[in-house]
Design a protein around this ligand. Structure first.
Ligand code: HEM
Length: 468
């Protein structure tokens, strides 16, 4: 029998310790075995606490399919997009989406990302206290619009980002409730439904605009609208699901990893100094903080037009930012956005020494594995040096998943996060505002709560208020 942690209560199971501190609860499980059976109120699941068993689950995506209590609720708002679709639809969907994330596309997006990063760094004033979680969520949203969804309007983007944050929080809360309660018109359910309706309507209008003018804008939606699905175009609903999915998967993970990286650097001034030295020495065109006139004029013009320009043909890179890249990777290790991910078995199967019947919910957790001392010595220590000479895809790091469902946006996300971090570090000293605590908020992703920091300008490096 699969071991169960002690303390389970009738009806509630392990819900109380889980709700009190989900991350601590997860971290307590490996002591009971490589597989652990838990119950969270109405849902039961098997938690995989062992690296090899996790790899098996991720490799065998036909047997351990997308589903389980998290992805069932994510499907409520993201539909049948690439993150949630079952194995039967996955290969086809991945074929349509993948071209927008190829290396040559990323190289083109990088210029746009760098511009958005400069815009953010140029918008603060000396001594200002900023909630970097809010700032980076919007900046990451702007970058996604400017690269992948270029017809989505910038006007109202803050509301769009807020709606996605609400859905990410809502789907987590809903996963632990009996589904019928989610349909009762309580205020939280009404807010959730309203946010979902607004977003689907907005995205649907944008997809219709792409169809009306099929010019190839070099972005994801152009790629999807032009996709040949065996002689048939993808339907509007299919494209809408993909846009909802990739916006949600993209802005939040990028914002989170960058915020955690800035938080960790503020706690480790010696490493922050080394990052600044690296960034100062790196090529200016990749991360330059001073906004060039031409760049600013372009940014102003596109803002006035209400949408971003098509993706530019020039490229920038993150060359020379090795330490900065290691810092981001280490932040993703310590605070993996995908802290709790679910699967469902599509047939009776075996995992390790145990038999799992068809329909078993399975949890895997990058967070859980990344905090195990046997896999990462001194796992709670922020140590970017642990990545020197290490190929991140060959070791125990699974911050971007593994196997056929591995993150399609890894390179995009890493590039953007590194550019944001480098640009901010080049321009600003950030320190935590005393008295404001930083909280981990494990929702559908591991979000930081508000992170208030005081920004002090590094002399002569940024023209404040350059762009808004
Ligand atoms: C630091 C940034 C990111 C992290 C840590 C991250 C993490 C992950 C993880 C762990 C998975 C696997 C989920 C599972 O196994 O169930 C995943 C899948 C996915 N991610 Fe990311 N992600 C990041 C950035 C992005 C970005 C920027 C995008 C898009 C713009 C994106 C889009 C996706 C998609 C579409 C999938 C599903 C892939 C498939 O099933 O084929 N991600 N991501």
């Amino acid at each position: 029998m699969i071991p169960r942690p002690p303390g389970g209560l009738p009806l509630l199971g392990h819900l109380v310790p889980f709700l009190r501190d989900p991350l601590a609860f997860l971290r307590s499980l490996p002591r009971y075995g490589g597989l652990v059976q838990i119950r969270l109120g109405p849902v039961s699941a098997v938690v995989v606490c062992d690296l090899e068993l996790t790899r098996h689950v991720l490799r065998e995506d036909r047997v351990f399919d997308k589903g389980g209590f998290l992805f069932e609720r994510v499907r409520d708002f993201a539909g049948n997009g690439l993150v949630t679709c079952p194995h039967a639809d996955h290969r086809r969907q991945r074929r349509y989406v993948q071209p927008a994330f190829r290396a040559d596309r990323i190289a083109r997006y990088t210029e746009v990302m760098a511009r958005e990063a400069r815009r953010l760094a140029g918008s603060w004033s000396d001594g200002q206290e900023v909630d970097i979680t809010a700032e980076l969520s919007l900046a990451a949203g702007r970058s996604l619009v400017s690269t992948l969804f270029t017809r989505l309007p910038f006007t109202g983007l803050q509301e769009t980002v807020d709606d996605f944050v609400l859905l990410i929080g809502g789907s987590y809360r809903r996963m632990l409730l009996p589904h019928r309660l989610n349909r009762i018109p309580l205020p939280a359910n009404r807010r959730y439904d309203a946010a979902r309706t607004r977003l689907v309507r907005l995205v649907d209008e944008v997809v219709t605009a792409y169809r009306a003018d099929p010019e190839d804008r070099g972005d994801l939606v152009s790629t999807l609208v032009a996709a040949d699905a065996g002689g048939q175009a993808l339907s509007n609903a299919e494209v809408t699901d993909q846009v909802m999915t990739i916006f949600a998967a993209g802005f939040d993970t990028i914002a989170n990893s960058t915020v955690w990286a800035l938080h960790l650097l503020a706690q480790h001034p010696d490493i922050a100094d080394r990052v600044r030295a690296e960034v100062d020495a790196a090529r200016v065109d990749a991360t330059g903080v001073n906004v060039a006139e031409a760049d600013r004029a372009e940014a102003d013009a596109t803002t006035a037009a209400g949408t971003s320009a098509s993706v530019a043909g020039t490229s920038a890179s993150v060359d020379g930012l090795e330490l900065t890249t290691r810092v981001v990777r280490e932040a993703v290790r310590l605070y993996s956005p995908g802290w709790l991910l679910t699967r469902v078995t599509t047939t009776d199967t075996e995992l390790g020494a145990h038999r799992l019947p068809e329909g078993t919910s399975v949890i895997y957790s990058p967070y859980l594995l990344h905090r195990q001392p046997a896999l990462f010595p001194e796992p709670d220590r922020f140590d970017p040096e642990r990545w020197v000479g290490v190929h991140p895809q060959r070791g125990p790091f699974i911050g971007f998943g593994a196997g056929p469902r591995r993150c399609v946006g890894e390179q995009f996300g890493m590039t953007e996060s590194v550019l944001l971090l480098a640009t901010i570090m080049r321009a600003w000293h950030l320190e935590h505002v005393p008295g404001r605590t930083v909280r981990e908020m494990p929702l559908a992703t591991l979000r930081p709560g508000p992170v208030w920091m005081r920004a002090t300008r590094r002399d002569g490096l940024v023209r404040t208020g350059a762009a808004g």
